[in-house]
Design a protein around this ligand. Structure first.
Ligand code: GLA
Length: 392
């Protein structure tokens, strides 16, 4: 599917011409995401509800014949960063570090699926997904690279399969033990909708999400507190969930129904109870949110968003000062609900804000950060946008 050319796609194509002296064979791009609700549920086989951001990462690409993957990235200042070329046939986990591990890992994962990528490729990357903001800039990059390499190889594949390959690259090559939320969002979201995705069954539903029609908007508050899921906090929680499922004798925490929660909690050691309480109640909140959206009651989801944040803060313990300040100050100023989005430990929060309260909420958030001498956050309104595709 070819879509209207995004600004990053035009930049990537232009930079490709400058660097390689010819037009690229094609340009593909993929968006970042926010997750409306359903946090830390994906690796528990549960439910998520993300939508795609208008911000995208684009990859201009042409095949090579010498087996090398040569990747250049266009910086915000127009400067180009070139990664040392790697030989696709020689790629193995641990062989590439830093940002170049993301595109290399995708090439490795596709090669592992016997997709013909070993001829190599020239890739030039440009994008505007804020990096380190918990908005999935790395997944936007990985998904765009995956589509580019598949496109050059002339291979078509189902989006859920591509998501799984990208996840494998991230887990096994980059070394981040993350789930499948972000890749799925980047690859499968569509404009004006949130994607209700059941990780266990792989079933998805596009749920209409038109905040503006209800006089509302989703305000993203990028706290600029950096986060990473390669270090221990994320993996420790994931391991805790898996241990709890084992003790409860179920394949995943998805299998604990909300009506059985109290009974399950008493069978668990003290330290695992809050993790399980979060996952089980969060899955329930996703289902309730989807029901409200299907009923056209978008304005009523606010309390569920705020309850999700409280659960992530108090039970799952993945919030931080900046995220709490963003949530508290936005709701105190009139947001109907707010929560951290993504893995946590930093990154971004979202707030559901009546459009006529936008100025007030923005002022209150900025003032709250300034009062605590925190770095000034970056705020923008997020409109559900198109998923990954070919630009030209
Ligand atoms: C990160 C991971 C996702 C998901 C979220 C938490 O974004 O990449 O797989 O686990 O955290 O919901």
């Amino acid at each position: 599917m070819t879509q209207a050319t995004s600004a990053p796609a035009a930049k990537a194509a232009e930079a490709f011409k400058r660097l390689h002296g010819r037009a690229p064979d094609g340009v593909w791009s993929a968006p970042g995401r926010v997750n409306l609700i359903g946090e830390h549920t994906d690796y528990n086989d549960g439910y998520v509800l993300p939508f795609a951001l208008p911000h995208r990462t684009a990859v201009a690409a042409s095949p090579r014949a010498d087996g090398a993957l040569a990747v250049s990235t266009l910086g915000d200042d127009g400067g180009v960063q070139e990664a040392a070329p790697v030989v696709v046939a020689d790629l193995a986990p641990g062989t590439v570090r830093g940002w170049a591990a993301y595109p290399s890992g995708v090439a490795w994962a596709l090669r592992e699926q016997d997709i013909p990528v070993t001829a190599g490729a020239d890739l030039v990357i440009a994008g505007d997904v804020p990096a380190g903001a918990g908005l999935s800039s790395s997944h936007a990059l990985e998904c765009a690279v995956a589509l580019a390499l598949l496109g050059l190889a002339g291979v078509t594949a189902e989006r859920p399969d591509i998501a799984r390959w990208v996840q494998r690259s991230e887990n096994d090559f980059v070394g981040a033990p993350t789930g499948i939320l972000d890749q799925t969002a980047s690859l499968s979201c569509i404009e004006a909708h949130a994607l209700f995705y059941d990780v266990r069954s792989g079933k998805s539903e596009q749920v209409a999400f038109d905040a503006a029609a209800s006089g509302l908007e989703v305000l993203v508050i990028d706290t600029r507190a950096s986060h990473s899921h390669v270090d221990g906090g994320y993996g420790a929680r994931r391991a805790g969930c898996e241990r709890a499922a084992g003790i409860l004798g179920v394949p995943a925490l998805r299998d604990v129904d909300i009506t059985e929660l109290d009974e399950a909690l008493v069978r668990l050691p003290e330290e695992l109870r809050p993790l399980v309480r979060h996952v089980v109640t969060e899955n329930d909140r996703v289902l309730k949110t989807v029901d409200l959206l299907r009923a056209g009651r978008l304005a009523d989801i606010g309390p569920l968003l705020s309850a999700s944040h409280m659960s992530l803060d108090e039970d799952y313990r993945v919030s931080c000062l900046e995220l709490d300040v963003a949530v508290d100050s936005s709701t105190a100023a009139g947001a109907l609900g707010a929560r951290m989005t993504g893995g946590g430990f930093g990154g971004s929060a979202i707030a559901l804000v009546p459009v006529d309260r936008h100025e007030e909420v923005e002022r209150a958030v900025l003032a709250a950060f300034a009062a605590r001498s925190l770095v000034r956050p970056r705020l923008f309104t997020a409109v559900p946008s198109a998923g990954a595709g070919r630009d030209r």
